[in-house]
Design a protein around this ligand. Structure first.
Ligand SMILES: NC(=O)C1=CN([C@@H]2O[C@H](COP(=O)(O)OP(=O)(O)OC[C@H]3O[C@@H](n4cnc5c(N)ncnc54)[C@H](OP(=O)(O)O)[C@@H]3O)[C@@H](O)[C@H]2O)C=CC1
Ligand SMILES: O=CCCC(=O)O
Length: 370
């Protein structure tokens, strides 16, 4: 089965069980590197032939791993890890991208940043990042490039456009698209990336602005397994867990399913607050009551107090939630699955967007009911 889940901190256990395997030519130390991140956090990076032994029934095929080969077995593990950190490109410094790239800079990665509106690079460049003049220039300069872009059109433009990511890719490079897009977009990008000899991973994230800042996102990945393995230490700087779900399209589908549920929950929560207030209930008390019962959810506790005050500082922009509902509805249509609750929620988000709420937080959907 292709799916696997790794929570940050669980890799050493996996390593121990792998290290027990007989390995006549490869010592366990050469294939497992202890990485110390800035701030003292430590974890193991699994590399090279040991993975091939595990993954493909002792197949002689060697994964494209730059960390393991040519490394002197006598070198200390920490020296190996600092020598071998891949250079990282980051494209798209919106609400999420700026926080994710900042965590990579803080963790000591050599990061090159690019954004369509270049001024958004300034703060990160002051903090130690390099300025990327274009997506092409960034992917050409880096081992692994990440894209965190608004929607399918933006993801396509940045990956496949003139001076796009693909133009700077080639063998031994990787592109990881962490934007929320549909499977069709992801597959089109994957095909173009792979045609250059590079590898592709889709890795949309669950978690919003605060988890991006805290490095506690959840990655929903699919695509080239060797790139997933190689990018995992980087994902672990930005996130608390990662799922590998199989072929390209599975990560996009998982993300759309999760955000479809979230949009419906937010619409329903909004209806409860508006109805309760209309029949004379105190909305703050409604939030408290919901927070103590079976339908308690972190999202209600986080968004409820500001919704009661009609304040919607953007963490997850409403226009992106509506985009995700639109894409989830298209996904459901592809497989003739009825999703009437999500369709109704989408109608509410469409109305809120028409009313000029697109750049507010998605909790502003409540305004469409008032
Ligand atoms: N905010 C959140 O809580 C979460 C968001 N996501 C997803 O992550 C992605 C980014 O979200 P977020 O950071 O909030 O979004 P923002 O709207 O804050 O940022 C969007 C980014 O995309 C860029 N962009 C938009 N259109 C284009 C284009 N045509 N060409 C090049 N670049 C473009 C923007 O550049 P510019 O600065 O020039 O406008 C900006 O860097 C979205 O897919 C979203 O659905 C996923 C999880 C959580
Ligand atoms: O795509 C946005 C998700 C926001 C969240 O998971 O809190």
């Amino acid at each position: 089965m292709a799916t696997s889940m790794v929570a940050r901190g669980s890799a050493p256990l996996l390593l121990r069980s792998m290290a027990l395997l007989p390995s006549p030519t490869i010592g366990a130390q050469r294939c497992a590197t202890l990485v110390t991140l800035r701030g003292g956090r430590q974890h193991f990076v699994l590399t090279g032939q040991l993975q091939s032994r595990m993954g493909a029934g002792n197949s002689p095929v060697v994964h494209q791993c730059r960390r393991c080969f040519g490394v002197r077995a006598s070198a200390s593990a920490e020296a190996e890890s600092s020598e071998k950190k891949p250079t990282v490109g980051f494209l798209g410094l919106g609400i999420m991208g700026v926080a994710m790239a900042r965590n990579l800079v803080k963790a000591g990665y050599d990061v090159t940043v690019w954004n369509r509106s270049p001024s958004k690079c300034d703060a990160l460049v002051k903090e130690g990042a390099k300025f990327g003049a274009s997506p092409k220039g960034t992917s050409a300069a880096c081992d692994i490039t990440f894209g965190m872009l608004a929607d399918p059109a933006a993801a396509i433009a940045v990956a496949l456009g003139e001076d796009g990511v693909v133009k700077g890719l080639g063998p031994n490079k990787g592109y990881v698209d962490v934007s929320t897009v549909d499977a069709e977009t992801s597959k089109a990008i994957a095909e173009a990336v792979r045609a250059t000899g590079a590898q592709f991973l889709e890795a949309p994230v669950s978690g919003s602005k605060k988890p991006a800042e805290d490095g506690t996102l959840i990655f929903l990945t699919a695509g080239d397994r060797a790139l997933y393995d190689e990018a995992s230490p980087i994902l672990d700087v930005m996130g608390k867990s990662r799922f590998y779900l199989g072929d390209v399209g599975k990560g996009a589908a998982m993300k759309l399913v999760v955000n479809m549920v979230m949009g419906s929950m937010m619409a329903s929560f909004s209806e409860g607050l508006v109805l309760g207030e209309k029949v004379g209930l105190d909305p703050e008390t409604i939030v408290q009551v919901i927070g103590q019962g079976a339908i308690n959810a972190p999202m209600f506790a986080m968004k409820g107090p500001s919704m009661v005050k009609s304040a919607y500082p953007p963490a997850f922009p409403l226009k992106h939630q509506q985009k995700d509902l639109r894409l989830a509805i298209a996904l459901a249509e592809e497989v003739s699955q009825e999703i009437p609750v999500a369709a109704a929620a989408n109608g509410l988000f469409v109305r809120a967007k028409k009313d000029g709420r697109g750049d507010d937080d998605f909790s502003a959907v409540i305004e469409a009911l008032k």
